[in-house]
Write a protein that binds this ligand. Structure first.
Ligand SMILES: [Zn+2]
Length: 329
């Protein structure tokens, strides 16, 4: 079954660039052994995870390293039989790089990679930043969406959920300018914000951990989620390691499966959590009793939830169907 999970063509919709850097890539960039060692800690929580990102940030503080890691991450997903990848990252300024140069470097990595995989970019707003700072980033995102309409597809809200807030106006502006919206929602218990985000009706939400009443949400939120049917990006390992969910078996995805709500399986930060999309599929098989047919459907349905063009979606569907004919009859 492990082999099946590796070989099935997969669709990744929730992957943060910096959290996806593998240990090998960090070492390539001259990261110190002790820094990379933090990545091997078995016992980390949500707050530690955010500390881990600073290791990756330190290693990618100029345009060349940003371009390099983008290509490396793309290659690693392609090697894991991911056919389509939506990478997301927060534009950031460093001593030798402006926010826009950072975006340009990531786009450069995407346009110059040589792997057999379709890659799109979502740009994230960091919830810790002020509304003025976020507004400035939205301006840049819209600018790059116009420059690279086939690559820059969407906008995300992410960062430490214990801080900051969801500024709806910024997302209305982004949507008005043709960007898809994928928003981290209910990562921690915050019913008021979760309701505001659901009301905005994003194209996708990330995690949705504290929506269902049995996982700490409320009946009201769950009814909204059921009514809206917003595809949810589910990140099993990330939630278990960060302890926002008790175990794989008790993961909130069970509520999505039971109520037949749309979801996709994603890695979140494959480097930080030492996972891969194949591993996430295998965990879904092991702990949630999903069979081959169901796993294949997760891949196929994820194409519908993606921000690919209609033509790209059609091509992906054909590839998945062909794989099925060769491997599942
Ligand atoms: Zn995330």
């Amino acid at each position: 079954m492990e082999k099946f999970c590796v070989s099935i063509p997969k669709i990744e919709l929730h992957a943060h660039l910096n959290g996806s850097l593998s240990r090998a890539t960090l070492k390539d960039l001259g990261c110190l052994e002790e820094d990379v060692q933090i990545y091997n800690k078995s016992d980390i929580d949500l707050q530690t995870c955010f500390q881990l990102f600073s290791v990756a940030h330190k290693a990618t503080s100029d345009v060349n390293s940003v371009k390099y890691v983008t290509k490396q991450v793309i290659k690693e997903f392609a090697d894991d039989n991911v056919l389509y990848l939506e990478l997301r990252t927060t534009p950031r300024e460093e001593q030798n790089m402006t926010e826009e140069e950072y975006i340009e470097a990531v786009v450069d990595g995407i346009t110059s990679h040589k792997s057999p995989i379709v890659v799109k970019l979502l740009l994230s707003l960091d919830r810790r930043r002020s509304i003025e700072e976020q507004r400035k980033t939205v301006k840049s995102i819209i600018k790059f969406k116009k420059l690279y309409p086939d690559i820059v597809k969407g906008i995300d809200l992410s960062g430490n959920p214990s801080f900051g807030e969801f500024y709806e106006d910024l997302f209305i502006e982004a949507r008005y300018n043709g960007l898809f919206t994928a928003i981290h929602c209910a990562e921690i218990k915050n019913d008021i914000e979760a309701e505001r985000i659901l009301n905005f009706n994003p194209d996708r939400i990330g995690h949705g951990t504290f929506l269902h009443p049995e996982s700490g949400g409320s009946q009201r939120l769950w009814q909204m989620n059921k009514m809206l049917q917003i595809p949810t990006e589910i990140c099993l390992t990330s939630n278990v390691i960060c302890r926002t969910t008790k175990s794989y078996k008790e993961h909130h995805i069970q509520a999505w499966i039971k109520d037949e709500l749309p979801f996709s399986l994603c890695t979140d930060d494959k480097g930080v959590f030492n996972t891969s999309l194949s591993k996430e599929f295998f965990l879904a098989y092991q702990h949630l009793n999903l069979n081959r047919e169901q796993l294949w459907k997760i891949s196929r349905n994820s194409i519908d939830y993606s921000f690919a063009s209609n033509r790209e979606k059609q091509e992906l569907r054909i590839k998945l169907k062909e794989w099925r004919q060769e491997n599942m009859q």
